[in-house]
Design a protein around this ligand. Structure first.
Ligand SMILES: [Zn+2]
Length: 534
């Protein structure tokens, strides 16, 4: 019968249609499955074998075996699969708009960069984050609001206490920074203008950030002879400000001070024991990097900006300044020898990049004595300044700080243009250097603990509830690497060398690095802090 024939044709068409839309081989259940993985989940727990399935930007399943089909399968070949690394201290706005792929970081397994450290952030933050969101970048991006930038905006680079009205204005700027998306307040009390700030004033701003769920993170006032008092100050600001506090890039500068990490760590332990939420971060190198001016010229001489500094250099103060700079070369960032100061980048003479201060002094026809090297440093400031690298940290202090359970990893790096100038190698090597040198070669840390210091720990610190741990429902930021071969190649002499041993890096579910190359994917997102008004 005709109608029956039609019905049966319809029925078979329906059956065929429903088969086609069922989750069969034609419609994979997952976008990506990673097989044969040694899972280091970020919490510090021992690694285990398993498979990880990703759907969209989320870890959909973790199991010993995942049978379901996937659009793409990656064989991890028994290598480590870890949460993508979170770098809590970067100067990534130096370079992110030139190199939005941030190759130097992503190639190490870093999937989130945090900006605005050392008291220095863009102000206001909102247009900066909007520009970042509109730029297709590879890693995720977050920021702090900087106390130095806030103070500079309200009273400028002057050495005086703020009035109550000015402090009110600063509070408003910090509040706005938090509403715009900051994760907390950073300070650089070593730098101008942070160095002119009394502790109590920082506390007032810390209270604002703390009440809005933020943390306090500080490049301390003094990392050399006054380092113990500076750690006490950092703890006090956390305690009185009522918020988590962090010593950033913790180090002990100057031979005369080496060994003081025993006492700084004791101070942190004592604070934690009485309930102060105090932590640290660190990069794994025995040299620091900042401007020659900030490092070698006393802060009192830097008040008022460049023209004021030049006036002082051309006045009768010059010999006093030379003396003080010579002392800093001997006892502090100079590491006791002009050749422990290395120039990183001088825009007015790019050929100086990589050279040592003693050699530059010789090149000017002077004996490379400490006094003449100090004179060369003043000359550099007059010419327009350089960034420098300062070899003045001991390996013992570095390892002691690294081993502490309350220390996480942060690079303090930037995004160099490949081959340009002679930047500190930390930008290219921090995370893989910890995994290669300090986990595999020297056994200072276990693999699981090192990964914790790069993922779950900074995520917890920032309040990033959906990143930093490999667990179902978390964002799919992943680093896959070979623990036997991972290593840093960047050196102080040849910094422009990418890390080795990273197999894949995945950001928000998309493969950003594989087969030794960056892919075309730019999956990074702006991450917004705990009090963002949106
Ligand atoms: Zn710093």
């Amino acid at each position: 019968m005709q109608s029956g024939q039609i019905t049966s044709v319809w029925v078979s068409a329906l059956v065929a249609a429903s088969l086609a839309s069922a989750p069969s081989a034609q419609t994979p259940q997952y976008d990506l499955v990673i097989r044969n993985a040694r899972i280091v989940d970020g919490t510090g727990s021992p690694w285990y074998r398993g498979e990880i399935a990703v759907r969209g930007d989320v870890i959909a399943r973790i199991a010993p075996r995942i049978g379901a089909a996937a659009t793409r399968t990656i064989d991890a070949a028994g290598h480590v699969v870890a949460p993508g690394f979170i770098d809590i201290h970067t100067h990534a706005r130096r370079g992110i708009f030139d190199v939005p792929t941030a190759d130097n970081y992503v190639r190490q397994g870093v999937t989130t960069l945090v900006e605005g450290p050392d008291g220095s952030s863009p102000l206001p933050i909102k247009p900066f984050l909007e520009r970042m969101a509109a730029t297709r970048v590879t890693p995720n991006f977050a920021t702090f609001v900087g106390q130095g930038s806030v103070r500079d905006a309200v009273i400028g680079p002057v050495n005086r206490k703020a009035t109550p009205e000015e402090i009110d204005k600063m509070r408003t700027l910090v509040r706005q920074g938090m509403l715009d998306g900051a994760f907390g307040l950073s300070s650089g009390l070593f730098y101008v203008p942070g160095t002119f700030t009394p502790t109590a004033e920082v506390v007032e701003l810390a209270k604002v950030a703390g009440a809005m769920g933020g943390i306090y993170i500080s490049h301390m006032r003094d990392e050399a002879s006054g380092v113990l008092d500076s750690v006490r100050e950092t703890i006090e600001i956390g305690e009185k400000g009522g918020l988590p506090t962090q010593v950033t890039h913790h180090k002990i500068i100057g031979k005369a001070n080496w060994g003081k990490s025993v006492d700084t760590l004791r101070l942190i332990d004592e604070a934690r024991a009485r309930g102060v939420d105090a932590t640290m971060d660190q990069y794994p190198y025995t040299a620091s990097s900042t401007s020659i001016q900030a490092a070698l010229i006393p802060a009192w001489a830097l008040e008022g900006g460049r023209q004021e500094v030049l006036k002082r250099l051309q006045s009768s103060m010059r010999s006093e300044l030379r003396k003080e700079t010579a002392r800093i070369i001997m006892e502090e960032r100079g590491g006791g020898d002009p050749n422990n100061v290395q120039l990183a980048r001088c825009d007015w003479d790019p050929s100086l990049a990589g050279k040592r201060l003693g050699d530059v002094t010789k090149g000017r026809g002077l004996e490379p004595t400490v006094e003449n090297a100090a004179e060369t440093a003043l000359w550099i400031v007059e010419k327009g300044g350089c960034s420098g690298i300062f070899h003045a940290i001991s390996e013992d202090d570095l390892q002691r700080i690294l081993r502490h359970p309350a220390t996480m990893i942060g690079s303090d790096g930037e995004i160099p243009i490949f081959g340009n100038a002679n930047p500190h190698p930390r930008s290219y090597g921090t995370f893989v250097r910890v995994l290669g040198r300090y986990v595999r070669d020297l056994r200072v840390l276990t693999l699981e603990d090192a990964v914790r210091k790069m993922s779950a720990f900074p995520a917890q610190r920032l309040g990033l509830a959906d990143r930093g741990v490999l667990r179902e429902g978390m964002k799919a930021d992943l680093a896959i690497f070979d623990p036997q071969t991972i290593r840093d190649l960047a050196t102080f002499e040849r910094p422009h060398q990418y890390a080795e041993g990273t197999d894949y890096v995945i950001v928000n579910g998309q493969v950003a690095f594989e087969g030794g190359r960056m892919t075309a994917a730019r999956p990074g997102r702006v991450l917004y802090g705990p009090s963002t008004a949106r």
